[in-house]
Write a protein that binds this ligand. Structure first.
Ligand code: NAP
Ligand code: ZN
Length: 347
């Protein structure tokens, strides 16, 4: 077993602290990865603060991981020592259910293993990427294209695929009108991806404070949702609305912005329930859906697409001792647009 430096939350209310965690011995299909960078996702905060229910502490979060292969188990065929690799939200799944066989491991019918706060096959609680190194089954290790600068890639492993997957599933492209609600970590990557796919992109943010950025990232239009006129102007406009908001939102108001046959996809995951009126759904044959990050094949496709189209997250590089301040800044939407931790600073 390998002991590595890490940061962990000791409880739902205490700040994260420097600590050590243990990684399992390499099994035949395992890869040992020296972590180079780890992104901070709002889901890390929801999880460690108990927004989604009780978890076991201490917990090391982090599911946006990039680094280099240091060692491999005897039967690994998919990777080589020294490869640039990534790990996202899932680190394993049953591998034999209908969804796993389709490459939709995130929807594993027997329950996937989350990269952190999941129960691994050996009964231990998985620990995430805010650490120096990790051990992951080779099938859940992504190849990071050489064209992508390694210090920028990490947020693609969660935020990137969480937006790419619904954009592809609901056929965003030339001729489709896509709205992204919330210009945060997920939202800003969504703007870039939807633009690269050829869709007409509108950002719906609370205010116009990030309008200049949004337009530079590829949005065609930008509206403030605090302005009630926005909802009148945009009624019936969008084929696809991707809601990335981390807090409770009046979803009903956004349903009215869908075109006939349009779909609103819930990506943001506050703990509160959603309530919906029946008539606007019925009248426009509109759909409301949810979507989880993405399976391994589409995650690899997304990384390759980002390399080809030069889609990169906007990041702020931080040291490990800044994680707690970064959390406060995410919570107050003061992040432009994703914090990435330099994993050398766990040393
Ligand atoms: P983030 O960087 O904090 O961005 C969230 C954005 O939501 C903010 O930038 C803000 O946009 C908006 N917002 C925040 N508080 C709001 C409020 N009270 N009312 C209205 N809008 C508000 O978070 P993130 O990392 O992008 O994650 C967003 C959500 O997606 C989280 O709930 C996270 O857990 C979830 N998530 C889901 C998946 C999945 O698989 N479905 C994957 C990753 C994350 P404006 O300032 O532009 O208004
Ligand atoms: Zn995430």
């Amino acid at each position: 077993m390998l002991t590595v430096n890490a940061y962990a939350a000791p409880s739902a209310t205490d700040p994260l602290i420097a600590t050590t965690i243990v990684r399992r011995d390499l099994g035949p299909h395992d890869v040992l990865i020296d972590i180079a960078y780890a992104g901070i996702c709002h889901s890390d905060i929801h999880t460690v603060r108990g927004h989604w229910g009780e978890i076991a502490y201490p917990l090391t979060p982090g599911h946006e991981i990039v680094g280099f292969v240091r060692e491999m188990g005897s039967a690994v065929t998919k990777h080589q020592i020294g490869d640039r690799v990534g790990v996202g939200c899932e680190s394993n799944s049953c591998g034999h259910c209908e969804q796993c066989l389709k490459g939709e491991e995130v929807y594993c019918l027997n329950g996937n293993i989350q990269t952190y706060a999941g129960v691994d096959y050996d009964g231990t609680i998985t620990q995430g990427g805010y650490s120096q190194a990790t051990v992951v089954n080779e099938n859940f290790v992504l190849k990071v294209p050489e064209l992508l600068p390694i210090e920028k890639v990490a947020p693609l492993l969660c935020a990137g695929v969480t937006l790419y997957s619904p954009l592809k599933h609901w056929n965003a492209g030339p001729g489709t009108k896509v709205a992204i609600v919330g210009m945060g970590g997920l939202g800003h990557v969504g703007v870039k991806l939807a633009h690269a796919l050829g869709a007409e992109v509108t950002v719906l943010s609370r205010t116009l404070s990030k309008q200049k950025d949004g337009l530079e990232l590829g949005a065609d239009h930008y509206y403030a949702t605090e302005d009630p006129d926005t909802f009148e102007k945009l009624a019936g406009r969008f084929d696809l609305i991707l809601n990335t908001v981390s807090a409770k939102l009046d979803i009903a108001a956004y349903v009215d912005l869908l075109a006939v046959d349009g779909t609103l996809v819930v990506l943001g995951a506050p703990s509160e329930n959603i309530s919906l009126p029946a008539m606007p759904l019925i009248a426009g044959r509109r759909s409301i859906a949810g979507s989880a990050n993405g399976g391994i094949p589409i995650t690899q496709e997304m990384l390759d697409f980002c390399a080809e189209h030069n889609v990169l997250p906007e990041t702020e590089l931080i040291t490990a001792d800044y994680i707690n301040e970064a959390y406060e800044r995410v919570l107050s939407s003061d992040v432009r647009y994703r914090f990435v931790i330099d994993a050398n600073t766990f040393a």
